[in-house]
Design a protein around this ligand. Structure first.
Ligand SMILES: [Zn+2]
Length: 50
């Protein structure tokens, strides 16, 4: 056991998903499974990532 001081690699998976609001038509990026539209707070959004 002579390991110590190794680099700690933290992979941050901060990938954003594009969403399109069906209520007001706004496109936005969000994280999470159930995002809400930042403009009208509608939950009627669709994943618009390609
Ligand atoms: Zn909206």
């Amino acid at each position: 056991m002579c390991s110590g001081g190794g680099p700690v690699i933290t992979m941050e998976t901060n990938w954003f998903v594009k969403y399109h609001c069906n209520n007001c038509g706004k496109m936005f990026k969000a994280m999470g499974k159930t995002p809400t539209c930042p403009s009208c707070n509608s939950e009627d959004v669709v994943n618009h990532s390609d």
